[in-house]
Design a protein around this ligand. Structure first.
Ligand code: NAD
Length: 364
């Protein structure tokens, strides 16, 4: 069950062939030049379907250095103030939103108004109302909206989905999964510009680790089951009184009960390294994955009744997941297809997160 590099290549070959036949590459504009946008920029360099054509930043010097690294014309560097003038730039087909969570809605809506497609990072936004407004704006402008759930495009996870949906794992009974890390307040320094960590600022992050890495277990169990959780319970805590968790949770545990009866228990933290891992137990077998949601090196052990355990691994190296994501959205634009992870998928997670925070006692 070990997939080779060649087999993984086959998964994307169709998409690549289309772009080559068509001869046109989708032009992306990165909004926000922090950690994730830098990864996305390096991924688009390897893309057969897309190219990076523009940048949006509050720091002109930083943007110029990044533009030089990626062969982007200086005239295609925008600020947040003149962002709306991307409407006049036909080189830009789509924007990639790598901003703090609470800014996703505003820049998605402004991009749609400017006539651009939107690939927005997870979590989609910080409220269900914002998610709905983003979907409405893109629909009204007749532009596509995709949420950057890179894992839904990853081959080991595609195998997990296949094993569950084909019935090989039997009836799913229980799931557990977790993801966390010990957060530093210092934030990223990119090309000499430092920003304090937005993830511990509730106004920018909309919550704590649940919004950031907790969402991986939530999203995975929802899409692997193909059901929406019917019952949710949650609890949060703060242990480290060192100023990092003044208005966000440090730890969160939650449970989900699906209509089929399958039950999930999940955890996330900003106080310690945790996973990422998941375990899915069915009546005919078990899937165990660790690490499960990293950028590369994902591993999964498959234990099916009356069969020896099988290891599924992915030999691809970072930033392959982001290349696949960039290619998928470009292909959706080129072929006028709906993305596999559209705004509606992001909003379904946000509805669960809002419910989980309510269950944990958060007001508002
Ligand atoms: P980051 O802090 O490294 O970058 C954020 C960028 O936004 C910076 O360039 C910053 O200058 C800019 N910005 C603009 N206005 C700002 C403001 N008022 N305050 C703070 N920053 C401002 O963050 P990141 O780690 O790149 O995360 C950005 C988004 O990407 C988040 O939504 C995060 O959840 C998502 N993300 C996704 C993945 C993934 O694997 N899919 C991984 C990391 C981050």
């Amino acid at each position: 069950m070990k997939l080779t590099r060649r087999e993984f290549g086959v998964l994307t070959a169709g998409a690549a062939a289309f772009a080559q036949d068509n001869g046109r590459k989708i032009g992306y504009c990165a909004v926000g030049l922090g950690r994730i946008s830098n990864i996305f920029l390096s991924a688009v360099k390897l893309s057969s379907q897309a190219r990076m054509v523009a940048l949006v930043s509050g720091y002109r010097d930083k943007a110029e250095k990044i533009a030089e690294d990626h062969g982007i014309a200086a005239k295609n560097i925008y600020s947040y103030d003149n962002f709306d003038s991307i409407a006049d730039n036909p080189e830009i087909d789509a924007v990639y939103i790598g901003l703090p969570n609470s800014m996703h809605a505003e820049y998605t809506i402004r991009a749609a108004h400017a006539g651009k497609h939107v690939l927005c990072e997870k979590p989609m936004a910080v409220s269900v109302a914002d998610c709905q407004a983003m979907i409405d704006a893109c629909r009204k402008a007749n532009k596509k909206l995709m949420i950057g759930y890179r894992i839904q495009y990853e081959p080991v996870h595609a195998q997990a989905l296949e094993l569950i949906r084909s019935g090989q794992l039997g009836a799913i009974q229980t799931m557990d999964g977790a993801y966390g890390f010990n957060i530093s307040p210092r934030g990223a320094t990119i090309k000499g510009v430092n920003r304090p960590e937005f993830r511990i600022n509730a106004a920018l992050a909309g919550g704590g680790p649940m919004m950031d890495v907790g969402i991986y277990a939530l999203n995975a169990f929802r899409y692997l089951m193909g059901e929406e959780p019917a019952e949710l319970t949650a609890s949060t805590s703060v242990i480290d009184k060192d100023g990092r968790f003044k208005d966000i949770e440090e730890n969160m545990v939650w449970t989900m009960k699906f209509p089929s009866g399958a039950v999930a228990s999940c955890a996330t933290t900003y106080g310690a390294g945790l996973g990422p891992f998941f375990r899915i137990v069915g009546s005919k077998g078990t899937l165990i994955s660790e690490p499960s949601w990293g950028y590369d090196g994902i591993r999964m052990t498959v234990r099916l009744q009356r069969q020896p355990p099988a290891e599924v691994t992915n030999p691809e190296r970072h930033p392959a997941q982001f290349v696949r994501e960039a290619d998928h959205f470009a292909e959706c634009i080129l072929q006028n297809k709906e993305p596999k992870t559209p705004g509606e998928e992001g909003m379904r997670d946000m509805k669960c997160i809002a419910e989980l925070y309510r269950a944990a006692g958060r007001k508002g």
